[in-house]
Design a protein around this ligand. Structure first.
Ligand SMILES: [Zn+2]
Length: 108
């Protein structure tokens, strides 16, 4: 296994672990009385929303990591999925799972 594949697999495992933590259901949910403790219930709802946002971000990074692993197999790793130009060595050093060049990533 190459260093890059190793880095990507490690990142993938890390993302899955973080998502696993977020997906765990709090065990004491049923015992909270929303009638008496409205404030607490509200802040919990907000926490839940930000958890969903974090989860979405992890999910989209995971998709990039898995795409990067597929590109290693295809032999297209390091080239942009959109325009086919090199992603750039510096960019890959910072973001080994980058599958699009800076310009295409910025376009979303
Ligand atoms: Zn591009």
């Amino acid at each position: 296994m190459t260093d890059t594949a190793e880095t990507l697999h490690a990142k993938r495992a890390e993302l899955l672990a973080q998502m696993g933590i977020l997906e765990e259901k709090p065990t004491d949910h049923g015992s909270i009385s929303f009638g008496k403790r409205v404030g607490e219930g509200t802040s919990m709802a907000v926490d839940r929303l930000s958890q969903v946002a974090v989860h979405d971000r992890l999910q989209s990074t995971l998709a990039d990591v898995e795409r990067a692993l597929a590109k290693l197999d295809e032999g297209t790793y390091g080239t942009c999925d959109v325009c086919g130009e090199p992603v750039g060595e510096e960019r890959l050093e910072v973001l080994p799972w980058a599958v699009r060049c800076v310009a295409d990533a910025a376009r979303g």
